[in-house]
Design a protein around this ligand. Sequence first.
Ligand code: HPA
Length: 261
Amino acid sequence: MLNQEYNLNYIINRIPERPIIGIVLGSGLGEFINQLSGKVQIPYHVLKGFPISTISGHTGEWVFGYIHNIPIICASGRFHIYEGFCFEEVVMPIDIINNLGCKKIIITNSAGCLNTNWNIGDFMLIQGFIDYSYMKNSNNCSIIKLNSPIGKIEKVKTKFNNIGYNIRSGIYTWTLGPSYETPAEIKDIISLGGHAVGMSTVPELIRALEFNLDVIGLSCLTNYGAGIINKNLSHDDVLKISMSRAEQFSEILSQLIQLLN
Ligand code: HPA
């Protein structure tokens, strides 16, 4: 049996029903799973040929559960090209989510903020993305728009902005990493129209768009991009900020799930 078929059957045999929404949890944002009831946890390492997260802040497990009685499945832990995984491995969680029958997906991450009018700890709904990886010859750093349910998203934004959360909307830019960008790259990305920058998510968005899923992307803005302020960037600081925003992140996510349903 092919690994993918084995893994899909393995998960299906352990969960009480098919999830409706799939969620990819980014660095330091895994605490969301504490909101779920009726949890079923499946570590990635029990699956065949499935990658294992190698960096701190990523647990490495599937978590099925219910929120507002809606069955969902979370990939708690994702994969990056800079860890040595190929594109097909990086998007395996999206393949599973799609093959489980989810038509809707929420992809989250921690990202650098490129707009000085925004604050660290703000959240950004991803309206579109720029592939700044230079992995594909065809890519000319143009902005690709997402097919998100915009009307619903605007409702969530307004609701949270009314209670003092800053939810922004903008363009997420993918860089390969693993080092943070140079100030010159950040200037270039801003000139291309990027509002946030990070080392993940775009491969997953590309695959989700290929599957024609309804996609919502949500970034937690953990730092200003390199050179914007006079401060060195570190993964530990990124994790510290994303974890300090865990409660707000969970609230927003839970509302988005309710609206998507
Ligand atoms: N750059 C790239 N990836 C990131 C950043 C950043 O500034 N912050 C969090 N992930």
